[in-house]
Ligand binder design. Structure first.
Ligand code: ZN
Length: 428
């Protein structure tokens, strides 16, 4: 960033910040590190899943710990939450505010109404025991006034009836597809994936599902286009404790082609309980705090299978109580993943336009949207999410932001990255 040139009306950079962000979101920085040891390699994965039905729980946990050995020394992404993408965007915004003598920059606030952040609670149903616990889990979630999504495995793990699916949906919860049969082989080869994707899409239509999550958060984002879902939830923010390392380094949704990615931004219940041996919500609280600092999405995976026992169930209840408390303080919007998907898509269609002396928002669901301002506090960029009414737009008619604020919510390649210039009416 030392080579960035800030001149009145324009910001010149020696690199393309969109490319930096894409390299992170699409995990292009990973290289071969995903398979840097036998225990985390593809062969080990195949052997593990072949042997899995014959291994006791304690042996499986021991093997997983071996596979994760050394996770604490992984330097990147940052543990327990990586916010590099948000830091890149903030740096760009700060430079562009500075390029305009500190004039504040209006943009469409990240979340509906005046919510400062967002949270989703999701349940991947792994086996028969988990499936049978779903009604009790819905009772628990409802007792905290929270609706969640249930990701169901269509083949091999357990029987699924349409009445079971309907029993979830009729209570206001959401149903999504979780892998095909969860054998760890979904991305083993492209031909295999495309074959399975066709069946997964069929199940998606049969379930009436809008969202998908792969088993164990395995992924190959280059193939995602074969999935006919509106959104995906398979990309971890920092995958230190997941079988496939890496992470998207963002706490915000982002588009992968036509699919919206809602990244997994907190540690899974399994890792918390059985790898870290923690039964407090201390780690989850610190992750929520880091996510809220960037106004991001806190997304949780809690498996019904792992909270049947009272000790882990109590930990989960503590999490729900904490989320409900944040919501009561107006700090967090707890929504279904489907609602977040709808909101983020609507927001990406909105525009901030000048009307007389004011800025107004145009587009779908504009009534829920609010205008916020990026301002400089000394050298630090802050947002004014107070979203207070402004009598006059602070930007001059002829001002040029030099950075497209659209990048705050969705990726749009720009034609001349070395000298970005965008008209004020593009702000949204
Ligand atoms: Zn799973």
């Amino acid at each position: 960033m030392k080579d960035a040139v800030v001149e009145r009306g324009a910001l010149r950079l020696p690199f393309d910040p969109d490319q930096v962000v894409d390299n992170l979101r699409f995990e292009r920085y990973c290289g071969s590190s995903r398979t840097d040891s036998f225990l985390s390699g593809a062969l080990a994965n195949k052997l593990y899943y072949l042997a899995r039905p014959f291994l006791g729980v304690s042996v499986r946990r021991h093997l997983q710990k071996l596979r994760l050995a050394g996770w604490q020394s992984i330097p990147f992404p940052h543990w327990p939450v990586d916010r590099t993408v948000e830091q890149v965007h903030e740096t760009m915004l700060r430079l562009c505010v500075q390029a305009h003598d500190g004039e504040e920059v209006p943009f469409i606030w990240f979340w509906p109404e005046r919510f400062l952040s967002c949270a989703i609670v999701t349940h991947d149903v792994e086996a028969v025991e988990g499936r049978d616990f779903c009604p009790a889990l819905m009772d628990i979630d409802e007792s905290f006034g929270i609706k969640s999504s249930f990701q169901l495995i269509p083949e091999q793990r357990y029987a699924l009836s349409l009445s079971f699916i309907e029993s979830i949906r009729s209570r206001g919860f959401e149903v999504n597809v979780h892998d095909l049969n969860h054998d760890g082989r979904l991305f083993a080869s492209e031909a295999n994936f495309r074959d399975r994707a066709g069946r997964i899409n069929q199940y998606g239509r049969a379930f009436g599902a809008h969202g998908f999550r792969s088993g164990a958060l395995y992924r190959n984002l280059a193939w995602c286009g074969a999935l006919e879902f509106s959104y995906d939830m398979s990309v971890p923010n920092a995958a230190h404790l997941d079988p496939q390392r890496g992470g998207c380094c963002t706490v915000m949704p982002y588009f992968i082609g036509k699919i919206l990615e809602l990244p997994v931004t907190t540690t899974q219940d399994y890792s918390l309980f059985y790898i870290l041996n923690q039964y407090s919500i201390h780690l989850w609280k610190s992750q929520i705090a880091e996510i809220m600092e960037k106004h991001g999405l806190a997304s949780f995976i809690v498996h019904p299978d792992y909270i049947v026992e009272s000790r882990t169930r109590d930990t989960y209840k503590s999490l729900l109580a904490y989320l409900a408390e944040l919501r009561s303080e107006g700090k967090i919007w707890i929504a279904l993943p489907r609602e977040v998907n709808e909101w983020w898509r609507a927001r990406s269609q909105m525009k901030l336009v000048r009307q007389g002396n004011n800025w107004v928002i145009e587009g779908p669901e504009k009534d829920k949207a609010r205008i916020a301002y990026a301002v400089l506090d000394g050298d630090r960029l802050t947002y004014e999410p107070s979203l207070k009414y402004r009598e006059r737009p602070r930007l001059r008619e002829d001002s040029d932001l030099g950075y497209d604020i659209k990048a705050l919510e969705t990726h749009r390649p720009r034609s001349n990255p070395a000298q970005m210039r965008s008209a004020p009416q593009m702000i949204s």
